[in-house]
Design a protein around this ligand. Structure first.
Ligand code: PMP
Length: 362
């Protein structure tokens, strides 16, 4: 029955098998409720418990302090590209953006629709292969906030540190590395992430926002674009994505069983290390795209000598049960997304495949 293959998709991405198994068990009727979660009123006491459990799971894993709200909002991470400036970029103020890849570019493009923004760093000239050191980041003294992307999913670069805003509120798109390692939430004013990589299925974004930011929001925003509508109504100004929220709770339970974020971080480091080692020891047959000190532990990007060889690599890997290795269409190359739920065994299978492929094609 288990015909699962190794799924390197960048998102929606592989879910932990025990989570899927438990969801299957509870699909028709969750303990005592006599119905599936997806059939249940979002206003019911039972769903209230489910939502609370998911929020508590995230709060505990990420050690989110009491002065931060955890919100579940539809519209994906992309809606946050707009909601952040709508809520936090007051008239006459300006926000700083660090651009280290394709998603940061989208975020700033969207923010420009709502107010003044400054691109204070960009690695576009080096094809998004690096991220700045903290001391290269020079923030505007009067910035309303600074926005950065902690892991660029397409380019495969990740900040190895949490950005210090030095008093300027830090807003972070952590869509593709949230829950992959412990972070210090106190360094952030707002963190957002589409769920479909490390948190759960697509269709919901998690937003973690510090209370004082809610007080800065201008009046007059449409209800569904105003963070206060979610903060003041248990994330339910309207019908939320109940099924996704339920699954998030199961993913959190699974992560606790992996030793929490410290435990999963250790596994993630090990998985990424062996894969990068395989790239580095291939005598140039495989070439990593990112600078060594900016290498993503979640999305490992590399190239072969030419596109024909890359196409051959992808088709042969698919035949070998390794799915989703083609790089994003905008950049090409190969990308192995190895999020939390991606099994270590699959990384070793990929390395064996890479060794064999290089042996036949040098
Ligand atoms: N930011 C990052 C870093 C992403 O990887 C993605 C999606 N892959 C997005 C934003 C956009 O997310 P969504 O599709 O949920 O809008």
């Amino acid at each position: 029955m288990n015909q699962r293959i190794f799924n390197f998709s960048s998102g929606p991405a592989v879910m932990p098998l025990p989570v899927l198994e438990r969801a299957r068990e509870e699909m028709l009727a969750i303990d005592g409720a006599g119905m599936s979660v997806m059939e249940m009123s979002h206003r019911s006491a039972r769903f209230g418990e489910i939502l609370e459990n998911s929020e508590a799971g995230l709060r505990s894993l990420l050690a989110v302090p009491a002065n931060y709200q955890i919100l579940f909002i539809q519209g994906g991470a992309s809606l946050q590209f707009s909601m952040v400036p709508m809520n936090l970029l007051a008239k006459g103020s300006s926000a700083d953006y660090l651009i280290t890849g394709a998603w940061g570019e989208k975020a700033i493009r969207e923010a420009k629709l709502f107010g003044q923004v400054k691109e204070i760093y960009s690695s576009a000239a080096v094809r998004f292969s690096r991220v700045p050191q903290q001391d290269e980041v020079s923030l505007s003294a009067d910035a309303a906030y600074v926005h950065y992307t902690s892991n660029e999913t397409i380019d495969g670069v990740e900040f190895p540190y949490d950005l210090d805003g030095g008093g300027i509120p830090v807003v972070c798109d952590a869509s593709s590395n949230i829950l992959s390692k412990p972070i210090d939430i106190n360094k952030f004013a707002l963190i957002y992430a589409g769920a479909q990589k490390n948190i759960g299925p697509s269709g919901v974004a998690v937003v973690i926002i510090r209370d004082d930011l809610l007080e800065r929001i201008p009046d007059g925003l449409a209800t569904m674009f105003d963070y206060r509508s979610f903060a003041g109504n248990d994330s339910m100004p309207n019908t939320p994505n109940t099924w996704a929220i339920y699954l998030i709770g199961l993913v959190c339970d699974w992560l606790m069983e992996q030793g929490g974020l410290a435990g999963i971080a250790e596994t993630n480091r090990r998985k990424a290390k062996v894969l990068y080692d395989a790239i580095d020891s291939s005598d140039g047959f495989y070439q990593g795209c990112a600078d060594r000190n900016a290498r993503s532990l979640m999305n490992v990007t590399f190239r072969l000598q030419n596109e024909d060889l890359e196409n051959e690599f992808v088709s042969q890997s698919e035949a070998a049960g390794l799915d989703g290795l083609r790089g994003h269409r905008s950049v090409g190359g190969i990308r192995a997304s190895i999020y939390n739920a991606f099994p270590e065994e699959g990384v070793h299978r990929l390395i064996d495949f890479m060794d064999g492929f290089a042996g036949k094609n040098v």
